[in-house]
Design a protein around this ligand. Sequence first.
Ligand SMILES: *Cc1c(COP(=O)(O)O)cnc(C)c1O
Length: 402
Amino acid sequence: MSILEHFTEKALQLMRESHTYRKMRLLTSPESSHVKVASEAFFKEQLLLASNSYLDLANIPELKQAMAEAVLEWGTGSGGARLTTGNKTPHEDLEKQIAAFKGAEAAISFGTGYMANVGTISALCNKNDIVFSDELNHASIIDGIRLSRAKCYVYKHNDLDDLKRQIAEAVNSNGEKLQNPSVRGLIVTDAVFSMDGDLADLPALLKIARENGTLLMIDEAHATGVVGRTGRGLAEYFGCEHADVTVGTLSKAVACEGGFVVGKKQLVEFLKNKARSFIFTTAMSPAVAFAACNNLRYLAKHPERVKKLQSNVDFFCRALHRFGLNVPSVPSAIVPILVGDEEKALKLSLKLEEEGILIPAIRYPTVPKGRARLRASLMATHSEEDLELAAQKIAEIFKHLE
Ligand SMILES: *Cc1c(COP(=O)(O)O)cnc(C)c1O
């Protein structure tokens, strides 16, 4: 066996033994509320309760047509980095549209949301700086912090007293550091937490950031197009100002590809010059930038879609309650149905798939041991009949397994 084979086989074996080995599911139809899943013996239609395409914009004929025409006009690729020859009209239009949508001074787009987080945190912070990070933050935030080499204090999930304690401790053990204007403290948090569907308390975090002279960065990947009366995110939901740095993605509710940061003009100018995941990569395909911009414009013109999504979430949570399942009423489109036991969660998910309902089981290490769950995510195009039936089936199988 070669060194590589030995190493990879051992790692795979360990993953299989600890039930963390992952296999990809193959979908043979476009992402929508109903999809076809390739299974061992046959193709089966499933009700999809697992998508990030919350507003189901991926298959709207006029949006598809617009993207196709953009390919005909702009070709297949951008041909260069944004700072060389890649920057085309659709890229700048997209950034104007993002800034307008978020009510921010300026926006910068990245190839993905992952790249937005990694590039932004590592541009803003270096090894002298201090980051305060919610324990449930997305992997791309964690990777950005690691890349920055800043000192990181992890606070308990949404526990603002713990955050204050950690800030106090950081001030203590770093002397005057946090008061030194050349040293930055950065609080960073998901806006909507991806496994629990709960929100960060933006007004309270803004207050803590102001009181302690730190920056605040929030990641609205699951909030954009979902949270707030018209889907503009946490500031709209709470009726408060924006964080200093707001990250988002164009790959979830916007149903395209790319990530972004919005904030002050100067922040955006800084990131264009400093964020390595912006500089050292080819600009997204102009047709993709065009489609993201066009989808975002569509979203802004159709707040009723956001409203329908929100009413679906409300309907689904109430249906689950009616069938005797205890789920939190979430302010996002992610509904966690806590099961506890890992094996039971997996069985539940498999049984549901046999019934034509696709809801993944989320287990350790994605969530803590003994906190396994079904993670349902809703779309604006689910019908109430679909959701009622799904809630009933989930409750039935849940009880059957007890
Ligand atoms: C999905 C997600 C990202 C990554 O966005 P992509 O555009 O898919 O790379 C970043 N942060 C959070 C919180 C996410 O859920």
